[in-house]
Ligand binder design. Structure first.
Ligand SMILES: [Zn+2]
Length: 437
């Protein structure tokens, strides 16, 4: 695909520049060359973007790519395709691969695979503890100093229970200004859980996970972030109480950012009534009042960003009875559409959604080449989407190697048309532009 083109007539939503209006954007090589209300095409290939929204490419702080180890579920390449189709130009690959990304060697392997796929920037997340076992700190410095330049550490999938280790991880991460995220689930309160604890779990006879299992860990981690002065990131916030804890901590100056997933923002525990394990996820889908609090938190900035927690699972493991199925859902290819359909404009302004998917996560992870501003000389990492297009999610047609989307068969509004990574179309007219269709 030739580089250099003029994206003409779009509504440019660029939160980092405070812009929301009709602008043309010229791309030359891997950079944005010019941004103005009206540009002369002057021989550049013109891409008609009238009626479409142009924004900084999306950034996902929470992606499980499953490679190395579970290439039957996802690979860095297939996950990159899914990400590009979802409008992403950068994803953070969680460390719970096999082997675990707890060393310079594994994070460099993931980094190299991402470069080879060449569709999005894949930023490996390093494990906090060796083997995610929660007993000994991993070589954070080695990972930070590797070619992958890891600036984000998490044992996601497991909660780091040990307060002393969490404190040391925060102190260590602070040295290289990295962020630390902890999957918040107090083990003593989480014994054998199957879904959210509440009326529905009582009716269904499934063991519940109380909101407090998340909140006690988040409260502790916020206290440790305050103690250490380090940067804490709270992943997949799922309860009203957690939103309030973060709101208060931000007011007190704690260096904390937070994310919520499309599924926690749009689905409730009621989905468990059908015992369809596609709705089984960690943390579990919560009560209606939790969803309302997440929406309010996202709107007012308490929750900085949307992250997918894209978690592919093999059908032979996921399509079992509820109790035996693993937790997790796909998210990359449906995130934008789910949120446009369910939240915009009633609960959330379109510009705030764009910010929560681009500028805010880029800022949280300090990714200078992503999230805008869309300005001359900046890397051309962009998404163009149609905010009105209707489409139906076909689970079998997803680019992901797995099929566990909770939105299969759903008609959604909003579709990615083009994704541009380093000046190159990775998705053009809704298809991956790598010659493989
Ligand atoms: Zn998690």
């Amino acid at each position: 695909m030739a580089r250099g083109c003029l994206l003409a007539g779009a509504r440019l939503v660029d939160p980092a520049a405070g812009r929301d209006g009709a602008f043309d954007v010229r791309i030359a090589g891997d950079r944005v060359a010019e941004v103005a209300p009206s540009l002369d095409p002057a021989g550049a290939g013109v891409v008609d973007c009238r009626g479409l929204v142009l924004a900084p490419g999306f950034v996902d702080l929470h992606t499980h790519l499953r490679e190395p180890g579970r290439e039957d579920e996802e690979t860095v390449e297939s996950g990159s395709r899914a990400a590009a189709l979802g409008g992403y130009t950068a994803v953070c690959a969680m460390a719970n691969s096999e082997p675990v990304a707890d060393s310079g060697a594994v994070v460099e392997q993931v980094w190299t695979l991402g470069r080879a796929a060449g569709l999005v920037d894949v930023f490996p997340v390093g494990a906090i503890t060796v083997g995610l076992a929660g007993r000994a700190l991993a070589e954070l410095g080695e990972m930070a100093g590797s070619a992958a330049r890891v600036g984000f550490f998490s044992d996601d999938g497991r909660c780091l229970q040990d307060s002393g280790l969490m404190r040391r991880a925060l102190e260590y991460a602070r040295v290289f200004d990295a962020i630390v995220a902890n999957h918040a689930e107090d083990s003593a309160l989480a014994e054998g859980w199957q879904m959210n604890e509440g009326e529905v779990s009582s009716v269904l006879g499934l063991a519940g996970l109380p909101a407090e299992a998340e909140e006690v860990i988040v409260a502790r981690d916020l206290a440790l972030a305050r103690l250490t002065g380090a940067r804490l990131h709270v992943p997949h916030v799922s309860t009203a109480g957690t939103v309030e804890l973060i709101r208060v901590a931000k007011r007190r100056g704690v260096r904390v950012t937070a994310e919520a997933t499309p599924h926690h923002l749009t689905l409730t525990e009621e989905a468990a009534r059908g015992y369809d394990p596609v709705f089984k996820v960690a943390p579990p889908l919560r009560a209606r009042e939790d969803v309302e609090a997440l929406r309010a938190g996202l709107a007012d900035g308490t929750i900085d960003c949307v992250a997918t927690d894209h978690a592919p699972h093999a059908p032979e493991e996921k399509d079992r009875e509820w109790d035996a199925a693993p937790c997790g859902m796909l998210g990359l290819e449906t995130a934008l559409a789910v949120l446009l359909t369910e939240l915009v404009p009633g609960h959330l302004a379109l510009a705030r959604l764009v910010e929560a998917m681009s500028a805010a996560p880029a800022r949280a992870r300090a990714l200078a080449d992503h999230g805008g501003p869309v300005a001359a000389g900046r890397p051309a990492n962009l998404v163009v989407f149609d905010p009105e297009a209707l489409w139906t999610v076909d689970a079998a047609g997803l680019a992901s190697r797995s099929r566990n989307t909770p939105f299969g068969g759903r008609e959604l509004r909003g579709k990615v048309v083009h994704t541009i990574h380093d000046g190159r179309f990775t998705v053009r007219d809704g298809r991956v532009a790598d010659g493989k269709g």
